[in-house]
Design a binder for this molecule. Structure first.
Ligand SMILES: NC(=O)c1ccc[n+]([C@@H]2O[C@H](COP(=O)([O-])OP(=O)(O)OC[C@H]3O[C@@H](n4cnc5c(N)ncnc54)[C@H](O)[C@@H]3O)[C@@H](O)[C@H]2O)c1
Length: 328
């Protein structure tokens, strides 16, 4: 039974992947400082260490207690707006602390890592779909912090015997069928989360951040990937590295973009009513269009997504939002 050290397991994506790994009989230890995560999202069958990834002493102790086979590194801060206001904090958490954490793991012989990166590293793609080999051009400190850790891993793998899979997520959304976990956030900046909050009357109004982009309806375009397909990509990547696969970078999306207004309209169709909305200013650091080219992952693993349907993504996110009411 393989052992996985998973950081950020009390968060949206980490907790989902943790459930999947346990379903597949992996043994998982979660490290999380609960800064943005929630303890109730961590599966009961996972071991939990309340710990900051920058706490060298405690990380050393955890690594001495058990021999892990692979790291899944989700822990980090993810708000683009906050990163623009507090750039140093983002470089500290997502780059410096992460680097320190990984260095300790490597020192202990734990040399396989899956890292959560982001499509934001590409910057503004205009009409092109992002390919893994494209030049990176981060537009905000969040994206920059992720690029810096990517570069660290790439450089390190050339000197030492470490192997990584960097997964560049596009916009992650939705919830798993069993609704064991989902997105919980007091400061949600994800469009689909905000739409669900308005749909369940937790929020009064939806603000569309700019409608003067150079797109068909003036609103930005994003590639939304269902959390269960993304989790699948992690499982596949873990099996790949455990079977001695070499270092790779993959995009994780569906290669299809929807504008903000299209997403709102799709939810209004589900609800059979209009959602209250207003047009606001553009957000600093937002790109016009971010859509993935995913042929590399598909070809490499003969992979086909199972949930690439916006209606299904929205319905699952809405179901989770309704369930979440119980906890609030
Ligand atoms: N959600 C998305 O659409 C998306 C898109 C691209 C990339 N990502 C990346 O995926 C990863 C997970 O994102 P998420 O949406 O689950 O976010 P999240 O905020 O729900 O989860 C992050 C988790 O990391 C923990 N954490 C943060 N800093 C920590 C530290 N120093 N030590 C220990 N734990 C710490 C938090 O408490 C939280 O539980 C992040 O690295 C994020 O940058 C997310």
């Amino acid at each position: 039974m393989k052992k996985i050290l998973l950081t950020g397991g009390a968060g949206y994506i980490g907790s989902h992947v943790c459930n999947l790994l346990i379903d597949k009989n992996y043994k998982v230890t979660v490290i999380d400082n609960l800064e943005t995560g929630n303890k109730f999202l961590i599966p009961k069958r996972a071991k939990f260490e309340l710990c900051d990834i920058g706490n060298t002493k405690k990380i050393e102790q955890i690594l001495k207690k058990e021999n892990f086979d692979i790291i899944m590194h989700f822990a980090g801060l993810i708000r683009v707006d906050e990163s623009v206001k507090k750039p140093k904090k983002y470089i500290l958490y997502n780059y410096e602390k992460s680097k320190k954490f990984l260095e300790i793991c490597f020192k202990h012989g734990l040399n396989k890592v899956i890292f959560s990166s982001t499509a934001a590293v590409y910057g503004n793609l205009k009409n092109k779909k992002a390919k893994e080999t494209d030049k990176l051009s981060p537009l905000n400190p969040y994206a920059l912090s992720k690029m810096k850790l990517e570069n660290y891993l790439i450089k390190k793998s050339k000197i030492d015997k470490i192997n990584y899979v960097i997964l560049r997520y596009f916009n992650v959304a939705g919830a798993e069928k069993k609704l064991r976990t989902g997105l919980v956030s007091k400061h949600a900046s994800h469009l689909i989360k905000i739409i669900c909050e308005v749909a369940t009357n937790k929020r009064k109004l939806l603000t569309i951040n700019g409608e003067n982009y150079n797109t068909k309806d003036g609103t930005p375009i994003r590639d939304y990937i269902h959390i269960s397909d993304l989790s699948d990509a992690h499982l596949i990547s873990a099996e790949y590295l455990l079977n001695k696969g070499n270092s790779q970078i993959f995009n994780c999306g569906y290669s299809k973009g929807y504008s903000v207004k299209q997403v709102i309209f799709e939810m209004e169709k589900i609800l059979k009513r209009k959602l209250p909305s207003k047009i606001g200013k553009r957000r600093k650091g937002d790109s016009e269009r971010v859509v993935a080219n995913i042929s590399k992952f598909k070809k490499y693993f003969s992979w086909q997504p199972k949930y690439n349907n916006l209606n299904l993504i929205l319905k699952s996110a809405l179901a989770w939002e309704k369930k979440l009411k119980k906890y609030e």
